[in-house]
Design a binder for this molecule. Structure first.
Ligand SMILES: [Zn+2]
Length: 317
């Protein structure tokens, strides 16, 4: 059959399946946060909260975090809890969170392979498997040559690249949030937590508007955030806000069934931009949209202030 006709039918079917309901999947990077686990008395508050909101979620693991402190055996048990959770699906995020454009193909591939050894064996024990790979920093390579090289490698080894459509610099909010908590400025921490939820919803609304204009329907969004303090305390509020806006929280693999994700990535720079930008034909089109993105100056300024004044920069993801 003619390729265009096949594509047309595909998009038509996709429109039928995905045209009605707004949906989003939650993906959590840099799991497990073993430093916070240690500080919180060997608890993962985020995992406990996820348990209480009872939503599907996908984790992207950096196994090097197991060996980040002196409690590797306990950390392994934490990883087991994440993988064994009834609502989790599992992805690789590289062993040690390397930036592909900087380290190059050979070193990066070695790190990708090393990154799933332990989690693969735990996952298979629970009847699960590593579903996809998310690039650290969403850095897919410095140019099209480097990008094609790694994409071909992943394709040959059945590694699906994990995209995202929305993120809200949660790591930046988290740094400021943790700073306020350390200073025992609880009112400010609360305001910051609420700002995080509000800004995330504003960004989501922006990307949803973009999808509506380009595709004529809501697409199944994929939210990227991290295993950190602000999500431990505010992810349930974010989930409530999403539900209030009519979003169904779906699994990552369900989001990936939306035909938008079968499009080619046409972006060949190293920056970690949304896949909604990567699918655009030209950089001009991207820049036009980027200029309209909700403003994050407030949190950026707070983040810079906190990073200058304290010792929090070592906590950054
Ligand atoms: Zn990461």
């Amino acid at each position: 059959m003619n390729r265009i006709i096949v594509l047309g039918i595909f998009i038509f079917l996709g429109y039928g399946a995905f045209g009605q309901q707004k949906s989003i999947s939650i993906t959590i990077d840099d799991v497990p946060n073993t430093l916070k686990f240690h500080d919180d008395g060997f608890r993962s508050v985020l995992l406990e909260r996820l348990d209480s909101v009872d939503i599907p979620f996908t984790i992207f693991i950096n196994e090097s975090r197991i060996f980040q402190n002196e409690i590797a055996e306990k950390n392994k048990m934490l990883l087991v809890r994440w993988i064994a959770h009834r609502n989790s699906s599992i992805g690789n995020h590289g062993f040690s969170h390397l930036r592909y454009s900087e380290v190059g193909f050979d070193r990066f591939v070695e790190d990708v392979q090393k990154g799933s050894v332990l989690s693969d064996s735990i996952a298979s024990h629970y009847g699960k498997s590593i579903g996809s790979f998310r690039f650290p920093f969403n850095d897919l390579g410095k140019d099209s040559t480097q990008q094609v090289q790694i994409k071909e490698y992943l394709k040959a080894s059945d590694g699906q690249i994990a995209p995202f459509t929305v993120e809200s610099s949660d790591w930046m909010f988290d740094s400021v949030y943790c700073y306020y908590l350390e200073k025992e400025e609880y009112e400010k921490a609360k305001e910051l937590g609420e700002l995080y939820v509000a800004k995330t919803m504003e960004l989501l609304s922006f990307f949803e508007g973009m999808a509506e204009e380009i595709y004529g329907r809501p697409i199944s969004q994929i939210y990227l955030c991290h295993d950190n303090g602000i999500n431990a305390d505010y992810l349930p509020e974010l989930v409530s806000a999403l539900r209030n806006e009519g979003y169904e929280i779906v699994g990552f693999e369900d989001s990936m069934k939306d035909p938008v994700y079968s499009q080619d990535d046409k972006y060949n720079q190293k920056w970690g931009v949304s896949w909604l930008y990567r699918w655009m034909q030209t950089q001009e089109e991207r820049v036009q949209w980027m200029k309209q993105e909700p403003d994050l100056t407030e949190i950026q300024q707070l983040f810079e202030k906190v990073s200058d004044s304290g010792n929090l920069s070592d906590k950054l993801n």
